[in-house]
Design a protein around this ligand. Structure first.
Ligand code: ADA
Length: 560
């Protein structure tokens, strides 16, 4: 499955799922002829018994048959973590980062058999500033779907949909990007439909250049707002005609929700109504599929979150699979989506590749996910060096970049620097990662008041405040009368006390438990810090079996 709705009804496309040939390789050996394995795509190579801890390079191969000459566009939704793509032996694309989509076009492909090879690397090399040994696992492989599309000479490359609420009415602003493979002198005609409204855009194609952006405003739409209680979605359908065709040569469908996000009076509003986010931090990690989730397991996680009374999820610490975001759109979950970074010191932030790798992720995250109504805020750089002037400069640059791409959502980042924080003035929402009763013996109620004071003194005065991480380890099945740290009893007690404090604090606009489910961590550097090489702070274990904390959360959120 590629998305939870049809992206095209005119453009032909096919998912390149199924079995691909696979061969671990030592270097940039992309033209090997012997392939020892066949691996399913999408999947993590760690799911194969020979490759459960393989950290290295692997070459994938797939043969495709093209019936008649065409242009091909490939969209890779997620390859972990570095990909070099070859088409009929010629290198056509490189990409770094497991968690954001990338695409490329192969123009003028002749009919017949062709071969795609993808060299994938999940090593922690000196080139990699973001994928490093960490308190989560960097898997290997083609972990999300690959789509192959048959592209006409002029096509719709992207559509950004910006719902606007003015004078008690919903309007919609569209930015439509066209891709031109051949210089054309024609007029183009875009016909569109949303809800009961139809519209058309006419434009002359310039003689040069390969992209053209069309802007269009649709006024006074008769639509219902999107919210957690009423996650009403609408498809925006575009069809593209040239002056020589009375049939559409291409089309593009997006699915959106009409809602506003604001941060007035120190609270967060959806469509003008104050909300309190009750959620969990969730890694894309599972003992059977690693980071390569099928829809069933994504849905199981959201059903459990809904069962415990959550209305939100934080995509800690990277952009998520767009099918998971589609589900959140449909089920009415609020999402804090964030770029890819966890706990990077100033030294690591000064890695020569750091800023441009982050800015690439920011660009791909916002460009591909901007139309999801479930995403109500963008986050960056979890627990990085926002307490230093050099770090602040990078936070500021990245926040500016994201705001320039989308100014419809508030921005935040999760800080653990307490009174040393230097960046609260740069964001709309202040967020704290604090672990009272686990890493420190502080009282949660006193600590949250202290954190509010830090925020007020450090540039966050009057801004909504979120407790973005709190929790404790609880080893599944470890129960003793002593209730020592690590037992399920102690974890349940710590989480319950934290939730009690934050639910009783009227200036708290959100709370995210660390974490939803136990997750695998890297053996490198984290083996000695994490029992079983796992982060065991889940309120369900890795197999999604509830721990004692689960019912405490449910009592607080469903019955609180
Ligand atoms: C940090 C970090 C999380 C996780 C957590 C923990 O707050 O943001 O990714 O590592 O600590 O389990 O200690």
């Amino acid at each position: 499955m590629i998305r939870l709705f049809d992206r095209h009804r005119v453009r032909k496309y096919v998912e390149l799922d199924g079995l691909w040939d696979f061969q671990p390789v030592e270097n940039d050996d992309h033209d090997v002829s012997a392939f020892r394995y066949q691996l399913p795509v999408p999947s993590c190579w760690e799911s194969h018994p020979d490759l459960t801890t393989y950290r290295g390079k692997g070459l994938y191969r797939k043969k495709i048959n093209i019936a008649k000459q065409t242009n091909l566009q490939f969209e890779c939704k997620g390859i972990s973590h570095t990909a070099e793509v070859y088409f009929d032996g010629k290198k056509v694309k490189s990409h770094y980062n497991a968690y954001t989509p990338f695409s490329f076009i192969i123009p003028d492909v002749q009919a017949g058999e062709h071969e795609i090879r993808i060299l994938v690397d999940n090593r922690f090399t000196s080139e990699s500033a973001l994928h490093i040994p960490n308190d989560y696992y960097t898997y290997g492989g083609i972990i999300r779907p690959i789509v192959m599309e048959y592209l006409p000479e002029v096509s719709i490359a992207n559509m950004k949909c910006v719902p606007q609420y003015q004078e008690q009415n919903w309007h919609l602003h569209l930015e439509v990007d066209l891709q031109l493979l051949q210089p054309m002198t024609d007029m183009i005609y875009v016909s569109g439909k949303i809800s009961e409204k139809t519209f058309s855009i006419v434009a002359k194609i310039p003689k040069t250049g390969d992209r053209l952006q069309l802007q269009h405003q649709i006024k006074n739409l008769e639509v219902e707002s999107w919210s957690s209680d009423n996650p009403r979605l609408y498809e925006v359908e575009l069809e593209l005609y040239t002056e020589y065709s009375n049939q559409p040569v291409d089309d593009y469908i997006e699915r959106i929700g009409f809602r506003t996000v604001s941060t007035d009076n120190g609270k967060i509003q959806i469509n003008g109504d104050d909300i309190v986010l009750k959620g969990c931090n969730r890694h894309e990690d599972h003992p059977i599929v690693g980071a390569s989730f099928p829809l069933q397991l994504m849905m199981q996680d959201l059903q459990l979150l809904k069962d415990m009374g959550a209305n939100a999820v934080r995509t800690s610490h990277y952009p998520n699979d767009e099918r998971f975001l589609d589900l959140c759109d449909e089920l009415g979950f609020y999402v804090w989506e964030e770029n890819h970074a966890r706990g990077l010191s100033l030294e690591r932030m000064q890695h020569p590749q750091f800023q441009n790798q982050c800015q690439q992720v920011n660009q791909e995250m916002v460009e591909n996910h901007v139309n999801h109504p479930c995403i109500i805020m963008w986050g960056i750089l979890n627990e990085c060096a926002s307490h230093t002037e050099e770090g602040r400069a990078m936070y500021r640059e990245q926040l500016k970049q994201i705001r320039s791409m989308d100014n419809s959502r508030p921005l935040t980042f999760a800080s653990h620097h307490r009174e040393k924080e230097l960046c609260f003035d740069l964001v709309d929402i202040v967020s704290f990662n604090l672990y009272p009763l686990w890493y420190t013996d502080e009282d949660p109620s006193e600590l949250v008041d202290q954190a509010r004071k830090w925020a007020d003194e450090l540039g966050g005065k009057g801004k909504p405040m979120i407790m973005s991480e709190f929790g404790a380890d609880g080893f599944y099945g470890y129960r003793t009368i002593s209730q020592v740290k690590g037992t399920e009893e102690r974890q349940a007690q710590i989480i319950d006390e934290n939730l009690k404090s934050y639910m009783e604090t009227d200036y708290i606009s959100g709370m995210f438990i660390w974490q939803f489910a136990d997750c695998r961590v890297t053996e490198e550097e984290w083996f000695m810090k994490r029992a079983q090489t796992m982060n065991n702070k889940g309120i369900v274990d890795m197999y999604r079996r509830p721990k004692l904390a689960y019912d405490k959360v449910k009592n607080r959120w469903r019955r609180g």
